[in-house]
Design a binder for this molecule. Sequence first.
Ligand code: HEC
Ligand code: HEC
Length: 436
Amino acid sequence: MLTTLALSQESQVYTALESREAYSQPISPLSEDELRDFMQGRTLVRQSWIIGPALDSEIQGLGPLYNRNSCIACHAKNGRGFAPTNEHESMRAMLVRLSIPGKTLSGAPLPHPFYGDQLQEYGAPSVVAEGRASLSYSEHTVSLANGQNVSLRKPQLRFTELAYGPLPKNIQTSLRIAPAIYGMGLLQAIEEKTILTLAAQTKPGKIKGRPNWVWDEEAKKISLGRFGWKANVPSLRQQTASALSGDMGLSSSVFPHGNCAPKQRDCQQAAQTVAPEINASQLQQMTMYQLALAVPKQRQAGDAMVMRGKQVFERAMCAACHQPVLQTGDFPGLSALSHQQIAPYTDLLLHDMGPELADGRPDFQASGREWRTPPLWGIGLAQKVDEQVGFLHDGRARSLLEAILWHGGEAEASKEQVRTMPDEDRQALLRFLESL
Ligand code: HEC
Ligand code: HEC
């Protein structure tokens, strides 16, 4: 397996760069047109949008309600976000999803009539921001077999300055940090049947894994979910359009109506525009940019410690969810993505991760205890790309070891193995993860 992996990394979808720009490289080969779209998409993903009406109509349209004014405000250097360290800090690279019990016709979580499905902490001058969310932590320690204690912090969410009335007792919330956005094209290019075959496979111990089926806004049908912490979005294009709308208040052909909740009158009035704020080619370019972002190559793959860590990874059943080898299918939209052997360390399936990680907020087929296995490729460079990073959906884990020690549910046995294994094995496992 190690040799085939090494071979696949010679292909053009990986980058050998290890610097702060490691998550910002294009795959190759790209045609002239693809490269041009990539460059223009890069500008748009880095663009700070402004509230209209403004002189520069190209970059206006932010709001009326929004979380941040650019994609990279949350996905710094295309990397992951982080959680505030205490209740006085604001959320800079994460957001809070909201809903009330029930489902919409498409199976999506039911938005709150005033606050919608996401708390927007900022508002354009004529529309009041929805409120603020802050986090405080309760800590407990877990003992490893060698007697070493590891402190784990669990976030507690509190809302303040709620501008549209109190939230009901049965409000459902989900804290989510921004995941990294490189390698998305390769995940999109995995054939649906590959993912469904993984779901059908018998796995060790209590491990299962099932697909999320979600609403495809453009195809107007139910499709396999791939993106988001609960695989709640079917395509990179829809993910981009929904980030534009939900996080920044920018409309596009996919979400033409802005992001105002059903009863937010001021917002609806302010959001009225003639044409989508993001035009067709801008959406296409932003999608192309992300489709074509390369993944960092594994480093020190031949190092003895790293190789031992890889064995530990398999022995501890991590690989049953964090799939080390997958193939992409035919991908006419960007042929460089077609028929690649890749090492994403995800199965794109949902897993019950136990009560400690549960958010209690179902998202399409995903229950309140289920999360999509996040890809681990490139994770070892996270702190090099940006010093401030968090792990797990709400960024509670400050290190890879903490992230592992929070695993429960289907991954309980894996976690226990890591907790009780000899020190050298655990060190090797962490070295392996850092090499990814
Ligand atoms: C307020 C912070 C924030 C902003 C601004 C933001 N994102 Fe995100 N992004 C997130 C969060 C949080 C998630 C996870 C959402 C979920 O689980 O539902 C996410 C998910 C994604 C994903 C899916 C990643 C994966 O692994 O599945 C992509 C791609 C993405 N964002 C791209 C963008 C683009 C492009 C923009 C700008 C148009 C953008 N984001 C703006 C916070 C942000
Ligand atoms: C049953 C499936 C499953 C198994 C087994 C499993 N994981 Fe995970 N892993 C997940 C899921 C799902 C998450 C996301 C949970 C969350 O965000 O709340 C995750 C998150 C992580 C993260 C954090 C990733 C990020 O982007 O923040 C790391 C690191 C990780 N796992 C490593 C491991 C290691 C090492 C093992 C083996 C000891 C392992 N996992 C076993 C499913 C699994």
